[in-house]
Design a protein around this ligand. Structure first.
Ligand SMILES: Nc1ncnc2c1ncn2[C@@H]1O[C@H](COP(=O)(O)OP(=O)(O)OP(=O)(O)O)[C@@H](O)[C@H]1O
Ligand SMILES: [Mg+2]
Length: 237
């Protein structure tokens, strides 16, 4: 099944009289269960594309079919609803709330979605155990290593059981060993059927995915399977 289908998507940013065409007619199909690296130089349009795929922004032109549904013309509220159900986000800078514990951070999306305290706790515990942080529930983000913070962020992205996980430079702030641990986690989630799209500058990181899409100046430059796909091994620290 195709989960993401972008058809001739253009994105023009306007500020006052200035216009900038960040995406110049991008067509892209991603199937359920794929793990894709999105690569390209700074300013090439990677984050713009991820924001459109993640329904945080909308195309200026073109169509977007998400899991068989045309989401191009949805209202803001409808888009937010689809986003909460289908998409999990992970960012380079973790974006954890500093005054909330690990457990409370992971509960945030569940609170927004209207779950009661009991189910929030159960689901948050389940995903935190999955990412290997069952022993850090009461810690504050400042008391964690970079890799642990990113695993909290991944757990938070998983609470709503999204069909697609979008990660924008998720290993950008991590040393290479910790980066591989994070990639191992993404591979495990992908093995369980979650589609994963990862923006990265690093060829070493892209090697852990099954398909590499390269973008340049707002256009797809190349797109193909990764013949050297590596398995990330090693325990979670
Ligand atoms: N809100 C905005 N208003 C105007 N221009 C923007 C805006 N957001 C991004 N751009 C421009 O669109 C282009 C693509 O930006 P984008 O953030 O998608 O690049 P990127 O590939 O993610 O780069 P990086 O690797 O540095 O994160 C850039 O030239 C950028 O300056
Ligand atoms: Mg970016």
């Amino acid at each position: 099944m195709t989960v993401v289908s972008l058809q001739q998507v253009r994105k023009v940013y306007k500020s006052g009289a200035l216009e900038f065409e960040a995406l110049k007619g991008v067509s892209l199909e991603i199937r359920q269960g794929e793990m894709v690296a999105l690569m390209g130089p700074s300013g090439s349009g990677k984050t713009t594309l991820m924001q459109i795929i993640g329904l945080l922004d909308r195309p200026t032109e073109g169509r977007y079919i998400l899991a068989g549904r045309d989401v191009t013309t949805l209202t803001e509220n409808e888009r937010a609803e689809v986003r909460n159900q289908e998409i999990g986000f992970v960012f380079q800078a973790f974006h954890l709330l500093p005054r909330l514990s690990v457990l409370e951070n992971v509960e945030v999306p569940l609170t927004y979605a209207g779950y009661g305290p009991q189910e929030r706790r159960e689901r948050a515990l389940e995903v935190l155990q999955k990412v290997g942080l069952g022993n850090k529930l009461k810690n504050l983000p400042s008391q964690l290593s970079g890799g642990q913070k990113q695993r909290v962020a991944i757990a938070r992205a998983l609470t709503m059981r999204p069909s697609i996980l979008l990660a924008d430079e998720p290993t950008g702030n991590l040393d290479s060993k910790t980066a591989v641990e994070v990639m191992r986690l993404f591979q495990e989630l992908n093995d369980e059927g979650t589609s994963v799209i990862i923006v990265t500058h690093e060829p070493d990181i892209a090697e852990y995915t099954g398909r590499i899409v390269r973008i340049r100046d707002g256009q797809i430059e190349s797109d193909g399977p990764n013949p050297h796909r590596k398995r990330a091994v090693g325990g979670v620290a």
